[in-house]
Design a protein around this ligand. Structure first.
Ligand SMILES: Nc1ncnc2c1ncn2[C@@H]1O[C@H](COP(=O)(O)OP(=O)(O)O)[C@@H](O)[C@H]1O
Ligand SMILES: N[C@@H](CCC(=O)OP(=O)(O)O)C(=O)O
Length: 368
């Protein structure tokens, strides 16, 4: 079974009900301060932390004096716009005393569906984490329309966990795990410690949300678990309303862990290898040696470019002799690749007229 103390890179999802009091609509700032201490502790032992924080709509609703009932889309989007700025500030003010810099990252479903945006947001998140920053992620509710919304942050958090290659995703909820039925309605329901595989029987046990502030319920948490575990990320559901929920989890608080179905590295390689290539990069003998040694593909090692592709597209990697080496996601278009092939990385800017990336295919985006 996974343990938070082993986490290398962890995404923590915080439900609206943890940050905003269900009854009064007041912001639970003492809770946030405790959570900030927990995050600081994880950071201090070297783990990367990403927070996916809900609460913008619940916060904004209170400020605008909107009712607790379901709101029309434009009203909840207005509430989100008002609430998000407060939410981001609250995290910034909570984490700053621990010397932690925060960043606001607002994403939509389209960002992960579009490969170019996906790769870009992946690179941005990597850069933030390399700086030791704790990204605070939420859905960009003001621009997301019904068709392109996640609508719940459970699935969004799973997508973020996959994007950053997290090894653990912790969903802090108002319930201490996954039960055989909705415990709010069924007193006989029992909690699972571990779910090794998500079977149709497990899926049938997941019910809707219990509180008026929340969106997803267990249905979206199971969808999140499918996404995360298929990408090699362990997922936990645990109760988050106590003062320091991550400390509590490490001290043995009740939890349900979902077992990863593979390791993140293999999952990503499989994903890349399964895509239909839009073209090919033909590499010289030096590049072939570098790639097999686990290095990224530099423009200097590319002898030829075949086909027509955009940034982020899958391409085949072939040797000059025509042997297939593998597949990768390209960081340049076919036209750019043709212009810079054979050139050193420090010549790229002069050729393209703008600063480019040093590598054509990063080793993390390659399956040989
Ligand atoms: N099988 C189940 N096990 C546990 N909780 C369930 C189950 N089915 C439905 N629920 C409900 O899901 C709720 C948690 O989801 P939700 O209200 O969306 O919280 P969050 O704000 O954490 O996303 C629980 O409080 C419970 O009422
Ligand atoms: N983006 C929305 C998220 C809504 C949502 O997923 O809420 P929850 O089920 O409490 O995590 C917000 O910030 O209000």
């Amino acid at each position: 079974m996974a343990a938070l103390s082993d986490a290398r890179r962890v995404v923590v999802k915080i439900g609206s009900a943890l940050l905003v009091d269900k009854e009064t609509g007041a912001f639970r700032d003492a809770w946030l301060r405790g959570m900030a201490e927990d995050v600081a502790r994880l950071r201090a032992r070297g783990a990367d932390v990403v927070l996916v924080s809900s609460g913008s709509i619940a916060l904004g609703r209170g400020v605008l004096g909107l009712p607790r009932s379901d709101l029309p889309l434009e009203q909840s989007q207005a509430a989100a716009a008002v609430g998000q700025i407060r939410l981001a500030r609250a995290w910034e003010e909570g984490l700053a005393p621990h010397g932690i810099t925060t960043a606001q990252v607002l994403v939509t479903l389209e960002d992960s569906a579009d490969r170019r945006r996906y790769l870009n947001s992946r690179a941005t998140m990597e850069a933030l984490l390399a700086h030791g920053v704790v990204p605070i992620v939420n859905e960009n509710d003001t621009v997301a329309t019904d068709e392109i919304r996640y609508g719940d942050n459970d699935r969004l958090a799973a997508q973020v966990a996959v994007t950053v290659g997290a090894d653990q995703l912790i969903l802090l909820s108002d319930v201490d795990g996954f039960y055989s039925g909705n415990p709010a309605l069924d007193a006989g329901a029992r909690r699972f410690d571990v779910i090794e595989r998500i079977t149709p029987e497990i899926e049938a046990m997941a019910g809707d949300a219990g509180s008026g502030l929340s969106k997803g319920g267990m249905k979206t948490k199971i969808l999140a678990a499918k996404t995360a575990t298929a990408a090699g990320c362990a997922m936990a559901i645990t109760e988050g309303s106590g003062v320091k929920p991550l400390s509590a989890l490490e001290a043995g608080a009740p939890v349900t862990w979902f077992t990863p179905q593979t390791d993140p590295h293999t999952a990503r390689k499989r994903w890349i290898a399964a895509m239909k290539p839009r073209g090919a990069l033909v590499v010289d003998a030096g590049a072939e040696t570098a790639l097999t040694a686990g290095r990224s593909l530099l423009p200097a090692g590319v002898a030829n470019v075949e086909g027509s592709f955009g940034r982020g597209d899958p391409v085949a990697i072939k040797t000059v002799g025509g042997a297939m080496l593998g597949y990768g996601l390209t960081r340049y278009t076919a036209a750019e690749a043709r212009a810079i092939r054979g050139h050193k990385s420090n010549e790229i800017e002069a050729i393209l007229g703008y600063p480019g990336r040093a590598v054509l295919i990063h080793r993390d985006d390659m399956a040989l």
